[in-house]
Design a protein around this ligand. Structure first.
Ligand code: G3P
Ligand code: CA
Length: 351
């Protein structure tokens, strides 16, 4: 964690408050926790296959995920594609195929390419350039440059999941995230309206449908709740994402959480907002955020649960212990994970 992030996290935790004695859920909290803990496949089974590829989504489905996540960004011709970044250069060969199409900052933006152009790209495991060499962010995951993967649209992914629901008889949900609505607006695009339009087209329009719609942008979520969904006769469960930065700090107080409950059904905090960083194996200091959220009737789905040792907090002995702490001591209702198989196995054994 860099210095700035750590300062933000410490400030955020002082706002939410920590209480080592709150490890056990009160009966009121326990009642608010949904009976079935949910496994949300973060960008698919991204611990095993390049993130947000159709292969990673099919694997997540087969591994027992309850929900599969789609991060959404928009192309020049206003198609929604499933990619985490506004940029193409962190997971594709765009720089090799379209070397002159970067902006002044050197980045290649999804919004500057048509869907037909984006479909020509190969997708790889996430990488960063180090001294001119493409280096995987997660070194023990799917090897860089192997096999063949492509970018796909939001509609294509919904059709995959609904198709598998039809052929297996299961009912796996979707968990789309609207990425950077303010950026898209500055580019002349209404990504929230486009997302709702696709969802309605595929039959997601009621609170009871197997979907959570998530976003980091609080004002955009309020707009979705107050304006867009009523106009479209939709009422979907919404989730407010929270990072450790200053802009989310107001959400951590009792008043803040109660305000969130006026327009969302759940929160998706960074896991680091739920346990104080000075916790140890023998003393887990749980913050008050889950209790505040449950008291306000909100579900809590933190991110991101990964099995690599350097991706887990030091107070977790191993991945199962990481999950045990958050499900059994903190009392979360589900987690975003790169490893749906390990997490589904834990949840099944833990019920
Ligand atoms: O949406 C939950 C989690 O995925 C948020 O983080 O950056 O992976 O989209 P990010
Ligand atoms: Ca996401």
């Amino acid at each position: 964690m860099n210095c700035l992030k750590r300062i933000c996290l410490v400030a955020a935790l002082s706002a939410v408050g920590c209480d080592a004695s709150s490890n056990n859920l009160s009966s009121e909290d326990a009642a608010a926790v949904s009976a079935k803990k949910v496994v949300i496949a973060h960008r698919g089974a991204s611990g095993y296959l390049p993130e947000h590829t159709i292969a990673a989504k099919a694997m997540a489905y087969a591994q027992g995920a309850d929900y599969i996540e789609q991060d959404l960004v928009m192309t020049k011709d206003e198609k929604l594609v499933v990619l985490h970044d506004r940029h193409l250069d962190t997971v594709t060969n765009v720089a090799g195929l379209f070397p002159d199409r970067h902006r002044a900052d050197g980045r290649y933006y999804v919004i500057d390419f048509t869907l037909d152009e984006i479909r020509q790209l190969s997708v790889f495991e996430r990488f960063e350039m180090k001294e001119g060499v493409a280096t995987p962010v997660f070194k023990d995951r799917f090897p860089l440059g192997k096999s063949s993967f492509r970018v796909h649209t939001f509609s294509e992914e919904i059709e995959l999941i609904q198709g598998l629901n039809s052929s297996t008889g299961k009912s796996v949900g979707i968990y789309p995230e609207i990425k950077s609505p303010a950026f898209h607006r500055d580019e002349g695009k209404d990504i929230a309206a486009a997302t709702l339009s696709v969802l309605k087209q595929y039959g997601y329009d009621e609170k009871t449908d197997k979907i959570f719609l998530q976003c980091f942008d609080a004002s955009e979520l309020q707009r979705i709740h107050d304006e867009l969904m009523p106009e479209l006769h939709m009422d979907l469960p919404l989730v407010q994402l929270m990072g450790t930065e200053e802009e989310y700090r107001w959400m951590l107080s009792k008043n803040g959480v109660q305000h969130l409950a006026t327009y969302v059904d759940g929160i998706g905090p960074s896991a680091s907002l739920l346990i104080a960083p000075d916790s140890t194996v023998s003393e887990i200091k749980v913050t008050k955020l889950v209790a505040l959220a449950h008291a306000a009737g909100l579900q809590v789905h933190p991110y991101t649960f990964r099995r690599e040792r350097n991706q887990m907090p030091p107070f977790a002995k191993d991945y199962d212990d990481f999950l045990r702490i958050f499900f059994d001591q903190v009392g979360v209702d589900g987690v975003f994970t790169d490893f749906p198989d390990l997490t589904a196995r834990f949840v099944e054994a833990d019920q």
